[in-house]
Design a protein around this ligand. Structure first.
Ligand code: ZN
Ligand code: ZN
Length: 332
């Protein structure tokens, strides 16, 4: 089968691998759509510390089950499925609390073992979820939406009216759409890119340019302020936009060694709640429901649908300019 392979740190190949064979409890998925994530670039740089090379990247994918292992009775050949990439140990303290995403030895398809940028992917039967007749491109958004919902769950409260989201990239936009689905009525995006602000506006979100006078009017105003850029300077400024009693979510992936200054007096005096969120926690079925409810808005989050070879090139360099979510979409 064709596969993109991270052979070692900063070493990408588009090559052939033997077709996987399912053991007991496994299924083989023919991948139909698979999205690039910022995490893939971190895996390539070995910033995740797993050093699991060689590895096929890709943890946001969907496809059709083409083979099942001996004792699999929950899934059948021909089923259209989305993959939950995470597999947890099941016994550590986090796992005992059902926090799979915080497992001390969390593994993931596309990170610690072969993932979705290959013709075929070997996964546990328990990691696939039926997608009905949803398009594969939308179904491959289930994983990023799962991460978004995990972030929403960390901070959302029924009293929230106004949210300010920094970063109108694919994850920020999915966050805005999920917050809207939760009933947050006024959602505003801030970004340095006019193109991205224009795009956010096309989703009927309000927009405010980074560094503009209008952004200054957001001081102490947002019930919820979300950092979805991964830029430490943006993370550092987040608290100043949060209303008294409001919440802040650190959702973007900042460099692991970045540090910011936060005034504890401000957190105390204005009773702010600051939260983080990581990955997704067994919520693919709920993600699929939310995506189905978004309809065409979900499709607009994907800017590129390309052949696998192009994906390999973009993983070896950087994502295309002005891109949102970039996916490999297999021709029929
Ligand atoms: Zn991801
Ligand atoms: Zn665990």
């Amino acid at each position: 089968m064709r596969a993109v392979v991270f052979k070692g740190k900063n070493e990408v190949a588009f090559t052939d691998l033997p077709d996987p064979k399912p053991g007991p409890g496994d299924v083989v998925v023919e991948v139909k759509a698979s999205g690039i994530c910022h995490t893939d670039y971190e895996v390539l740089k070995d910033n995740y510390g797993t050093g699991a090379f060689p590895v096929v990247p890709g943890h946001e994918y969907a496809g059709v089950v083409v083979e099942v292992g001996s004792d699999v009775d929950t899934v059948s050949v021909g089923d259209r499925v989305a993959v939950d990439p995470n597999f947890e140990c099941g016994s550590c303290r986090a796992c005992q609390r059902d926090w799979a995403h915080l497992c001390e030895t969390l593994g993931a398809y596309g990170v610690t073992t072969h993932g979705g940028f290959a013709d075929l992917s070997l996964v546990r039967a328990s990691n696939v979820h039926p997608v009905g007749d949803m398009s594969f491109s939308q179904a491959a958004l289930a994983e990023p939406m799962g991460c978004v919902l995990n972030g929403v769950d960390a901070v959302h409260a029924p009293w929230m009216d106004e949210a300010l989201i920094f970063g109108a990239g694919p994850m920020g936009l999915l966050m805005g759409l999920a917050l809207r689905a939760e009933g947050v009525s006024q959602i505003t995006f801030c970004d340095i890119s006019d193109d991205r602000l224009e795009l956010a506006a096309s989703f009927d979100f309000d927009v405010v340019a980074s560094g503009s006078a209008s952004l200054k009017q957001w001081q102490h105003r947002a019930d919820l302020s979300v950092e979805a850029t991964g830029v430490p300077a943006v993370a550092a400024g987040l608290t100043s936009f949060i209303a008294n009693g409001g919440k802040g979510l650190y959702f973007g992936v900042c460099p692991s060694d970045a540090k910011i200054d936060i005034a504890p007096f401000e957190i105390f005096r204005r009773q702010l709640t600051l939260a983080g969120s990581h990955s997704l926690n067994h919520n693919i079925p709920r993600s699929l429901e939310v995506i189905a409810g978004l309809g065409a808005h979900a499709d607009k989050v994907v800017s590129h649908r390309l052949p696998l070879q192009n994906i390999s090139q973009f993983l070896a360099t950087s994502p295309p300019n002005n891109s949102l979510k970039v996916q490999w979409l297999r021709d029929k």
